[in-house]
Ligand binder design. Structure first.
Ligand SMILES: [Zn+2]
Length: 395
């Protein structure tokens, strides 16, 4: 069987654990607690509120160019960020149809997102790039993890709205329906509907079982010394397993046999123009070993021994970088940083002696694919990984 699932792993609610990397059972951007997303009644209720009448409990997250409004909580020893939810009255000048529904929680509050345009965030808050919040988040802080998932959903929905103003069939204007969770063409002879989409990206750790090593690669945009898994978009008309084999072959000339599913991660902070990618992680058995790097795609690709990869995972800068980024967010929220500098953070902040290499931090599925392989006992590799569901507990 080419695709093996790890049953039930992703159904679990985020669970506080004490292991390294925060011990989360869910990837960053997964585990959104706003599960109830039927928006029609909520939209009616919000319209009432915006008209100045009392209504239900509504909370709005403003975003500016995809950056959620954020405040800093300095009560803890290390500054902690939180999303800054506003009452609809603070945004009453925006038309009701510009609000998109995010869902409701168990407490029956309704949550919305809106593109805030040039709105000023106000004292103690700032619009902060989602990647920066991701790097600043404490992995054991469940609220921060849930808010990252909500903010990722909000960013992706608003970007989809911004990129689908006109009908792809007839060119007519599209309007929100179902509280912004769908769109429909206004041309009466067309009426085509449009739905938010995700773009699947396969990400694979290619394993050479015989020699107990894995294939890691570098792209020119990576920070110095960072290596990671191969990845690429699935194309129309191919399965995910086929995409794993094709991308690996195209980028490195390695032939892949068995492909084994590991886990998946929503990724609303991709560098392409797509609102939300879905990273689908696999282990891939190498059937050939000679590397031929496609230099249009990669800077380099090499086999790395288990010991070298273990050392790369033990990189000590992850937590230091998180703390430095948390301080930066605090400064941004409290006016201590030049607003013109509010660009995406570079990760990690390099310091100290240079080690031979490191891999992406625990925010990335690549980290967990790599650590799952490294932390397996013995060298039987992929087969045991697919059976041993506990390998996922390092998330
Ligand atoms: Zn149309």
């Amino acid at each position: 069987m080419l695709l093996r699932r790890l049953p039930g792993l992703l159904q679990a609610r985020p669970k506080r654990m004490t292991e390294a990397c925060g011990g989360r059972r869910l990837h960053v951007y997964a585990g959104n607690p706003l599960k109830n997303r039927g928006g029609a009644a909520a939209a009616e209720s919000l319209a009432t509120v915006l008209l100045g009448n009392d209504g239900g409990d509504h909370k709005v997250l403003p975003l500016q160019k995809g950056r959620p409004l954020t405040r800093s909580d300095v009560a803890a020893s290390l500054p902690t960020w939180r999303l800054s939810w506003l009452p609809p009255a603070r945004l009453g000048l925006l038309p009701a149809e510009s609000f998109v529904y995010l869902g409701s929680d168990a407490g029956a509050a309704h949550y919305w997102a809106v593109d805030a345009g040039e709105l000023d965030g106000g004292d103690g808050s700032s619009f902060v790039d989602l990647r920066t919040l991701m790097h600043a988040a404490d992995w054991s802080d469940e609220q921060a993890m849930e808010e990252l998932a909500i903010a990722g959903h909000a960013k992706a929905l608003l970007e989809w709205h911004g990129a689908s103003r006109f009908c792809g069939h007839c060119g007519g204007a599209m309007v929100h329906i179902e509280a912004g969770r769908r769109k429909e063409c206004t041309n009466p002879s067309c009426r085509k509907r449009s739905y938010p989409r995700v773009d699947p990206v396969v990400i694979m750790l290619v394993v050479d079982k015989e020699n107990d090593r894995v294939l890691l690669s570098r792209q020119s945009r990576y920070a110095p010394r960072m290596w990671s898994c191969l990845a690429g978009f699935a194309e129309p008309g191919e399965s995910l397993e086929e995409a794993v084999r094709r991308e690996t072959w195209e980028e490195t000339g390695i032939q892949v046999g068995e492909v084994v599913y590991h886990s998946s991660q929503p990724w609303p902070v991709g560098r392409s123009s797509m609102p939300c990618q879905l990273m689908v992680g696999f282990f891939a058995h190498a059937q050939s070993l000679d590397i031929r790097v496609d230099h249009d795609e990669l800077e380099d690709a090499r086999w790395h021994s288990r010991e070298d990869v273990r050392r790369a995972l033990a990189y000590e800068e992850y937590d230091a970088t998180r703390r430095a980024t948390a301080e930066k967010v605090n400064q941004m929220c409290n006016g201590g940083e030049d607003k013109s500098q509010r660009t995406q953070s570079s990760y990690p902040a390099m310091s100290g002696e240079l080690g031979p290499m490191y891999v992406p931090g625990p925010y990335a599925i690549a980290h967990h694919l790599i650590s799952s392989w490294v932390n397996e006992n013995g060298s039987d590799g992929v087969d045991s990984l697919s059976r041993k569901s506990t390998s996922f507990s390092s998330l």
